[in-house]
Design a protein around this ligand. Sequence first.
Ligand SMILES: [Ca+2]
Ligand SMILES: [Ca+2]
Ligand SMILES: [Ca+2]
Ligand SMILES: [Ca+2]
Length: 502
Amino acid sequence: MKKRIMFMLPAVLVSLLFLINVQSSASQGTSTPTKVGKGSPQYRAIAGVSMGGYGAMNIGMSHPDTFKTMACLGGPLDMAYLLKFIKVDMLGNYDNPDVYPNRDTAIDMVKDLAISFGNPVYYNPLSTYFPPGITAENARQPTTLLNFKDGEFNPDGSLAVITYGDPFANDWVEVLLAVDLNGNEKRDRGEPIVRQFHEPFTDLNGNGMVDPGEFLDVGLDGVSGTGDFGEGDGLFSFNPNHLNYMAQDPLTYAETMDLSTLQGLNFYLDAGNEDEFQFDIHADNFVKVLKDRGLNVQIEDGFPDSFPRVSHFDQKRVYVKYEGGHVGFDKENIGKSFSQAKRGVKGAIVVANRFTTLFAFVSDHFPGGEYGTNPYEMYRYSSKMGVTSFYSPSLKRRMKFGIYLPPGYKESRSTYYPVLYLLGGYNMSIPGLANTYVRAALDTLILTQEIQKMIIVIPDGMNSKNGRGHFFVNQIDKERGDNYMDYVSDLIQHIDNHLQTK
Ligand SMILES: [Ca+2]
Ligand SMILES: [Ca+2]
Ligand SMILES: [Ca+2]
Ligand SMILES: [Ca+2]
């Protein structure tokens, strides 16, 4: 059924349409749909890249009655591992960052994680955002905290602990504190970041867990006699903000979800074997949980077919490990990557492989469907791609979203389509996905019958209060954030109310 042809530039594509014998959809669109305008889980998919990959899996796995197919392209799936990464790899190696894309963005991400889930590094009973001793009044100016004890760097409290700017002096970090070793009231290279994720422990028996006798019951500050959070309670204590991370953890959903529900879900994952955020380890850990629960997962080293050919899988659960890092998304424009892939740009080909495989997996797991189009339909009832808006009752304001309607959509009011919700990466704009290049790629995939006709909806991944990513959660900090998971729910309702969804 599925033919293979090259991706072509849109103008070339149009002229070739008349030469290619394509299947007409006219005879397929007449069947009576069983469900109208309500949406049905087997005809809904949610997928995303990087931050949006997390959002897709977090929303999808917490709403298995809404989505049956979900996909994560190189995103966080294991929040415990994400916390470890922040503590050890990011903050523990602060002045030798190997973190893509740069320090500025990495710090913004920590801020946005703090807005979304609470500050991962410190516990402050007075604020989910600021470290202890810091308020909105002193966060954005030179502030020195005296007698701030820390078992790792300042056990007797004799050193000053300070606010600081990074990468520039006036670019206030707000959510982190540094130890001012040389007492000059600013952070110099090599001066450590205070990290109070949990009580000190040593994994003496090497089992990767905290066992009795392996931790010091001295509180999060790591110093005995201060009476801080967790001290002397007989338990291994960690920053209570971490509970908010673990409450929205795809890996925990996979561990705890009813087995028959989990079995019913279709998962597609990919990750680069050199991912700078180590999201490949997240995917490995997620797959291990699925396997531990007795579920088969097909694992591929590399894409079986490479752009312009498209990989297809019959299996319910697939994980593709591709060669490379957290590639492509610094461009923040997937459409341009499709364009570059046609010219043979190597990194862009990886991006194109990742998205064509995603689209094909989603399509192959929607039952039935309309494949193919024809020249008349593509002219008379051409596909649409654009950015529009709707009123979100949860956020009490109009919100943007991107939308793709397949060729032929406008031809009949009684033809119904499955929907893919596609969530972008951190700081990726809606037009980075909803643009003419992506539209041309989707049209071609439909024309060549690699994918069925579907509606694609692209929610807004930006927190309107700061113009940065929001992780598609109901953010814990209502002053700096908002209920973006509820926004996605509102959007689904809007789409089902106003579009011809299966
Ligand atoms: Ca200093
Ligand atoms: Ca242990
Ligand atoms: Ca203590
Ligand atoms: Ca304790």
